[in-house]
Design a protein. Structure first.
Length: 629
């Protein structure tokens, strides 16, 4: 059967090797590329005609099949060109750069009455129907979810091998080259096939967490959650920043066990039983048999519709977020994220996204092109520390860290966030609870702030929903938290707003230790723990200076500065809580000396300015005006 190959470099070289192995089944009669193949590229393949015009080449050679091994953005137009010239098509994965292009390709194939097979080689494996039969037999019980894990290293040259490598767009054209849309596209497609969710309408929604450690536009480390129509959720996590190569796999979780499919090796394992290996059909051979004898296509374009829904979700998602250099190892040829393989596997095991594991770099805040803060959603902490989401590390634009977590003097101090000593009789601050006429005591009263979901998120920040509750009890409040970062003329500004909605059906009271008899201990609200050991700390407002004068005062702004950094806090609702001598910390006091009761909603907002160096009162006032004006 006469074949034309479009694209002879990169992955096209693999097709040339396959064509050599299939001599007698197919004949390469033409090659199409932007320039002729290099010396020796066509050895053993006769003398195929070369052309830069695919349609005319197909017509002159009478080719029945066109293989497309070209850059992602070219797939649609070249497929339409080949179909228009009367040839069947085998297009390399991913099918297309956009869902609209996929629709055009599918429609054109149907109208031409020609086959369009997509080069997801793993879908030619007999292992996939075998896994589906195992699931249907009930060997692992009801399926609860499907996980995908893939960890490969890539040298720096991988991202510069072509003009479109590592790009989401090029010259205004969608490319969508990313870890899950290109190198691990097979992983996603295989998971969808195992789930029986392959047609276009099988995907209901896709959550994306896209990141890059390399200096690229696209993602090299990402996780997604795919919700399917009536099927199990799929969580896929992958990275190109691993220290070494691990074979990627799909794991089907059931109520009574699990099935692991190592799709690159066509191997299936049920629980701890022996591994079984299955055969795989070459998709080019399958296409030939389809044309000759009507054999069913293994990967017709329609079978990739669900994958294209995932591809589209990644295409339109916010641009990938950077992973701070503090988490990277650049000592070799290629960026390595230490421990990333374990993180990726944990995503597949727990069916969780990076942010849901509490990985700090998974929720970065970016200002002036720098990662200035990271947000931990689910810290692994004892209940006595009232586990809650927090910002840490927070950095100046110069890279100086200005928060501290779990210091020896107060292990329940967690960077920057919200903490209340007593909400409805529950301790959401951590540590001991102050008891009137007794003093601090260890009580079994600690609550948690549980991350529920991000309802909006990009590089500048996020909107988050949380529930405040003691484990085993009904939530007391739901919270909407809005956190945003933006650059200023000097430093950057953090906007931190939180709205608590009373869920109890009755009045809810906020108390501090001061309201129970401990004078001056009115802490509870927004709280920022600064680094211990900062030299020559100074705290001041526009009209007062020093801890004794500022503590408990009301002022539009308060500054805490050291030789290396200045933090400016701005809000007008509550008194300031300040510590300098004992430890460096600043917060708002929701219940300074009187309990605060609310029926429905309690809302507060604080702006924090973060700058390198020590700022004067005049400089602070000017910066506050810029940030809040």
């Amino acid at each position: 059967m006469r074949v034309v190959l479009a694209g002879t470099r990169g992955f096209g070289a693999h097709y040339l090797d396959r064509l050599r192995r299939l001599t007698g089944v197919v004949e390469l009669v033409g090659v199409c590329d932007t320039s002729p193949p290099g010396p020796g590229a066509l050895d053993g393949l006769g003398e195929p005609e070369f052309s830069t015009d695919l349609a005319s080449l197909v017509k002159r050679t009478g080719a029945e099949i066109v293989i497309l091994a070209t850059p992602i953005p070219t797939h649609a137009e070249l497929t339409l060109s080949a179909l228009g010239a009367g040839a069947h098509v085998l297009v390399e994965k991913p099918t297309a750069a956009t869902l609209a292009d996929f629709d055009r390709m599918e429609r054109a194939a149907a109208e031409a009455g020609l086959a369009c097979q997509v080069g997801f080689q793993s879908l030619g494996s007999a292992a996939i129907p075998a896994v589906r039969e195992l699931v249907a037999s009930g060997v692992i019980g009801r399926v609860t979810g499907i996980g995908v894990a893939g960890s490969w290293p890539r040298p720096a040259s991988y991202f510069t091998r072509s003009a479109w490598s590592g790009r989401r767009r090029l010259d205004g054209v969608d490319v969508v080259d990313g870890v899950l849309t290109n190198p691990f596209a097979h992983a996603v497609a295989t998971a969808l096939a195992v789930a029986g969710a392959e047609e276009r309408d099988a995907v209901v929604s896709v959550e994306t967490e896209l990141f890059h450690a390399n200096a690229i536009e696209s993602d090299d480390t990402s996780a997604i959650r795919v919700t399917t129509a009536g099927g199990p959720p799929i969580v896929a996590a992958a990275t190109l920043c691993a220290a070494e190569r691990d074979e990627p796999y799909v794991v089907v979780h059931g109520e009574r066990g699990r099935i692991r499919l190592t799709y690159t090796m066509d191997e299936v394992q049920v629980n701890d039983e022996p591994v079984r290996r299955f055969p795989r059909t070459d998709l080019l051979v399958n296409l030939v048999e389809h044309i000759r004898s009507g054999a069913a296509l293994l990967v017709p374009i329609a079978r990739t519709g669900a994958f294209m829904r995932v591809m589209e979700a990644i295409r339109v998602a916010p641009d990938p977020l950077p992973i701070s250099a503090a988490h990277q190892d650049r000592s070799g040829d290629g960026v390595v994220l230490p421990g990333i393989a374990e993180v990726v596997e944990t995503c597949a095991e727990r069916l969780a996204l990076f942010s849901e594991l509490g990985v700090g770099w998974a929720v970065p805040l970016v200002a002036a092109g720098e990662v200035v803060a990271e947000y931990v959603t689910r810290p692994d902490l004892p209940l006595t520390e009232s586990p809650r989401p927090y910002l840490h590390p927070v950095r100046t634009l110069g890279g100086t860290v200005v928060t501290e977590v779990r210091p020896d003097d107060h292990p329940h101090h967690l960077g920057a966030g919200v903490a209340v000593t007593d909400l409805g009789g529950r301790n959401f601050w951590g540590g001991r609870t102050y008891v009137r006429d007794h003093g601090p005591a260890w009580l079994d009263d600690h609550g948690t702030q549980r991350h529920v979901a991000f309802t909006g998120r990009d590089g500048s920040g996020f909107t988050e929903t949380l529930l405040w509750q003691r484990p085993g009890e009904d939530p007391l409040v739901s919270e909407e938290r809005v956190v945003r970062a933006r650059a200023l003329s000097r430093g950057w500004a953090l906007r931190f707003a939180f709205t608590l909605r009373n869920l109890t059906g009755g009045p809810l009271t906020v108390r501090s230790s001061a309201t129970k008899g401990r004078a001056g201990a009115g802490y509870g609200g927004f709280f920022w723990r600064a680094p211990a050991g900062s030299p020559e700390l100074r705290v001041f407002t526009a009209s007062a200076e020093g801890e004794q004068e500022v503590h408990g005062s009301r002022a539009p702004w308060l500054a805490l500065s050291s030789q290396a950094w200045t933090l400016v806090f701005a809000q007008e609702d509550d008194p300031w809580f300040v510590r300098v001598a004992e430890y460096p910390g600043v917060g708002t006091a929701l219940a300074w000396d009187t309990p605060l009761t609310f029926e429905d909603v309690l809302a507060r907002e604080v702006t924090v300015l973060v700058a390198d160096g020590r700022l004067s009162a005049g400089e602070v006032a000017a910066l506050v005006a810029e940030a809040t004006g």
